[in-house]
Design a protein around this ligand. Structure first.
Ligand SMILES: Cc1cc2nc3c(=O)[nH]c(=O)nc-3n(C[C@H](O)[C@H](O)[C@H](O)COP(=O)(O)OP(=O)(O)OC[C@H]3O[C@@H](n4cnc5c(N)ncnc54)[C@H](O)[C@@H]3O)c2cc1C
Length: 546
């Protein structure tokens, strides 16, 4: 109901807007504490932007005005374009300028060894604003890893990917200031199973191929190129397929529809026919899954960051609400059961955040340090698994804490809630993550001990019991794949607890470890009991805003 002079609105929460998302997140501040002044300035700028009223309005508009397919122009010629609302382009412009698709590779070229962690912190803050527009930047960042395995293509493409000047024009890549790259794997009959893909690739000479078939899910349909899987006589191979060829000639990636999907509304996911598109092979003939895996690995880290970020953003709103809303004459925050619920969620959000950032740190260290390399290799699916699995329940509970207001679109929580299951499905769904971990251990059993030692080294007096549980879960899962999720969940929780201890989070780490480690099965939030001072934990993680 609109406000009139006769109807003064009381007991409603002021908007959580105009603050700094970086400064409001003590855990993130701690994770970023080793950064230099220039990087901290960068984080501050993005922190202010992502909680500004202007950015929040852009995100809302981009999600209220979903992209539309424009298959033909007014003369009936195929154009295969998706039209986005200007707010989407504004979000893209900003995130490109913050280097979300490029900074890892800029840092690597400069010899900086913390590029993944720096980007992860920026990505985390921007994901709380809108996840949709980040999709094509996430795939672009990942695609560079795959391109690096094909030096001749990398030389041509990477310099045009690693710029910070967003260019949404529909034209040949050579004429653009900045490129984005999408992924095109899934088909109608197969998404998980790469061996069942049917899109065909025929050689046409000069190192070029012609691809014919279809793709059933194409996020970032307006990307300048796609890494696409297609079959050659030697098996499934990976190709770089530009959307336009030289002289702006259309490369016959024909869009036949946009998905009416559950998740964010700002990004489009298309169905496409591939009608003789010209492509170049990446990696070896018949080994396409290897090249795509390079891309997916980085996108899985982004998935973990998105899950953690949207949980955090939702809980920020819920905690803010509880500090302002009175029920029965008492602030919700002062009601013991509400505080226990919020604190219990906060432990999962902190663990997810710490674990995702731990993974980013492992990516940074992987080249120079074997333990970090093993952690990145083994734990990417583990981290993605846990963060994605807990996000829907955590966001739903945060939404409930806000009562009816949380359920309303403009509260943003419904947007985060819709997005949460998406992250579990993409780049390998839950079961695939669990099975992949078992496959890695079966192939190289010694990796389990490397990861276990790393976890144990930070767990202190909890190491012995945790180690026992993890070893039992390992034996079980390797013997019977139906137990794979048990191993992956326990590994993720143990690694998260270890990281919270490494970050010296004190009572927070104790509370997480005591309530989560060793298969303490709980189906809902609010089970913290009275052992921990939840007010202290919550205030430390979510300091009250002025
Ligand atoms: C919004 C959205 C955007 C997307 N964007 C893209 C994109 O840009 N590019 C792209 O290529 N794809 C994209 N996808 C597709 C996505 O990657 C696939 O949907 C996903 O890989 C699963 O494939 P599928 O749908 O064929 O399911 P299936 O392969 O049929 O699998 C169904 C379920 O069975 C499980 N399963 C499979 N094998 C086993 C097993 N052995 N044991 C136990 N469980 C098993 C899987 O984990 C999954 O949960 C997108 C999907 C969505 C929803």
């Amino acid at each position: 109901m609109a406000t009139t002079t006769h109807h003064r609105v009381t007991n409603q929460t002021p908007p959580l807007s105009g603050y700094n998302a970086f400064r409001l997140n003590p855990l993130l501040l701690q994770i970023a504490s080793g950064s230099n002044a220039e990087t901290l300035k960068d984080f501050d700028q993005i922190g202010r932007y992502s909680l500004s009223g202007e950015a929040q309005e852009l995100a809302e508009m981009a999600n209220r005005n979903a992209p539309r397919l424009k298959a033909h122009d007014r003369f009936g010629r195929r154009v295969d374009q998706v039209e986005f609302h200007p707010s989407y382009h504004a979000l893209m412009r900003r995130s490109v300028s913050y280097g979300i698709g490029s900074s890892v590779w800029e840092d690597a070229a400069r010899g900086n060894t913390n590029g993944h962690l720096k980007r992860a912190i920026r990505f985390f803050m921007l994901a709380g604003l809108d996840t949709g527009h980040l999709s094509s930047l996430s795939s672009t960042n990942g695609a560079v890893a795959a391109l690096m395995t094909a030096p001749h293509l990398a030389k041509e493409w990477v310099p045009r990917v690693t710029t910070r000047k967003y260019d949404s024009a529909h034209k040949s890549p050579v004429d653009k200031s900045c490129l984005t790259i999408g992924m095109a794997v899934a088909e109608k009959q197969a998404g998980t199973d790469f061996t069942a893909l049917t899109t065909r690739a025929e050689t046409v000479g000069n190192g070029l191929f012609r691809l014919t078939g279809h793709k059933w899910f194409l996020s970032s349909p307006m990307a300048d190129a796609f890494l696409m899987l297609a079959r050659t006589p030697n098996g499934t191979s990976c190709f770089l397929v530009p959307r336009f060829l030289a002289d702006d000639e259309h490369n016959h990636i024909n869009l036949v529809g946009l998905k009416d999907k559950l998740g964010n509304r700002s990004a489009a996911t298309a169905e496409a026919e591939i009608n003789g598109s010209i492509a170049q092979m990446i990696g070896r003939d018949g080994e396409g899954s290897r090249a795509i895996h390079e891309m997916q690995t980085l996108m899985r880290l982004d998935g973990a960051l998105i899950s953690s970020s949207i949980m955090h953003a939702s809980l920020c709103e819920a905690v803010h609400h509880a500090r302002h809303r009175k029920v029965g004459g008492r602030l919700l925050m002062d009601q013991p059961l509400m505080r226990a619920v919020l604190t219990d969620i906060a432990l999962d959000v902190a663990a997810s955040t710490a674990l995702s950032m731990r993974l980013a740190r492992a990516f940074d260290g992987a080249r120079a340090n074997d333990v970090e390399g093993t952690f990145a290799h083994v734990m990417t699916p583990v981290v993605k698994y846990l963060t994605a699995k807990i996000a829907p329940a955590a966001i739903a509970e945060a939404m409930e804490a806000m009562g009816g207001n949380g359920y309303i679109e403009s509260s943003v929580l419904p947007r985060h809630y819709r997005e949460a299951p998406h992250q579990s499905l993409l780049e390998g769904s839950g079961n695939m993550m669990a099975l992949e971990v078992c496959r890695v251990f079966k192939r190289t059993p010694e990796l389990f001990n490397v990861v276990l030692s790393d976890i144990e080294s930070n767990l202190g007096d909890k190491a012995k019991d945790t180690s026992k549980v993890l070893r039992a879960a390992y034996e079980l899962a390797l013997d019977d794949e139906s137990a794979a999720r048990i191993l992956v969940e326990q590994l993720a929780i143990a690694a998260a607890a270890a990281e919270l201890y490494r970050l010296e989070t004190g009572v927070l780490a104790d509370a997480y470890a005591d309530t989560r480690l060793g298969s303490n099965w709980r189906a809902s939030y609010g089970m913290l009991g009275t052992r921990f001072d939840n007010q202290t934990i919550l205030d430390a993680l979510y300091p009250p805003v002025a």
